[in-house]
Design a protein around this ligand. Sequence first.
Ligand SMILES: Nc1ncnc2c1ncn2[C@@H]1O[C@H](COP(=O)(O)OP(=O)(O)OP(=O)(O)O)[C@@H](O)[C@H]1O
Length: 246
Amino acid sequence: MTAEQNVLSLTNIHKAFGGVVAIQDFSLNLKAGEVVALVGDNGAGKSTLIKIVSGVYTPTSGSIELDGEETSFSDASSARSKGIEVVYQDLALADQQPVFMNMFLGRELTKPPFGLLDKDRMRRESQELVDELDVRIPSASSTISQLSGGQRQGIAIARATHWASKLILLDEPTAALGVAETARVEDLIENLKKKNLAILIISHSLDQVFRLSDRICVLRRGQQIGIRETAKTDKNEIVSMITGVA
Ligand SMILES: Nc1ncnc2c1ncn2[C@@H]1O[C@H](COP(=O)(O)OP(=O)(O)OP(=O)(O)O)[C@@H](O)[C@H]1O
């Protein structure tokens, strides 16, 4: 893959639920190492779009390309197998399990000959990953329920980073966090860029969007209003694109 090739290309994506059109004629290209923020009011279609890219919904029409190849996902696990990971608002972590079991949730490592869980290896690899990303937790053996909201979000992001080879989708990753925890999670997201993953992030915080993104894509009632380079726009312009009020 060349540096300039798009990791993800969405072209003329359309999604209707019965009579409700959730997404109309949406197109976006994403490159490796690029962060694009998806913004819009409630009901604008942001979650629907994330669900299309993560294989939860099939678009009514339009094309999805990964690394320049037309693709489709039969379900979320098919998108995961193609290198796409999602971090949801509710994190999808098993609270009573240790960090390392969460890191490998549904993809546990086993050892021959009886296929027993290889807990040592999962613990070791998880520890390496949280150290590399600088997710500050007591240890990879800590139980999720012992961790703070920010630490949990760090684990969810580390897990996505471990498994994603192309794209990470972040759906409101700091919605439930305080100021200091938000700053830590934003540092983590900045670090992901260095791993050359493409990142699509939904956030209601325009301050955050301006801190993290390279480009901003605005949706209003399912319509793509426009895409701006973050460095060449400002909050006033983005707000008027979101609301439709000049
Ligand atoms: N499963 C569904 N069935 C029917 N309509 C749906 C479904 N999912 C979403 N919609 C509709 O599609 C539109 C877009 O919803 P979506 O949840 O994608 O918006 P959003 O931008 O993520 O909003 P929010 O910021 O509130 O999460 C809304 O009108 C919503 O009611």
